[in-house]
Design a protein around this ligand. Sequence first.
Ligand code: ZN
Length: 92
Amino acid sequence: MGSSTQHEPPDPPSDPWARLDAFLRTDPRDAGCDETMEMLDVYAELLASGHHPSERFPGLRAHLLACGPCSENLEGLLAAITDEPPSGPSTS
Ligand SMILES: [Zn+2]
């Protein structure tokens, strides 16, 4: 495509437009990583038992939609909850 490969430096974090953009992309209800991590096991247990924790924890839901690592943690917790615990050491 481009004959001249010019690498433009990424926007400095102090760029007010970049900061505004990041702000607009952040859900104001976003609970943040810390709070999400604290409540994640409760959230996962509610989900696993057929409840709708997103109604009770809209901030967590907003964060899980926006934060990849946290949603991955939730999936891991859910898998751990819904999976039957091994009855013994499984050697293959
Ligand atoms: Zn997070």
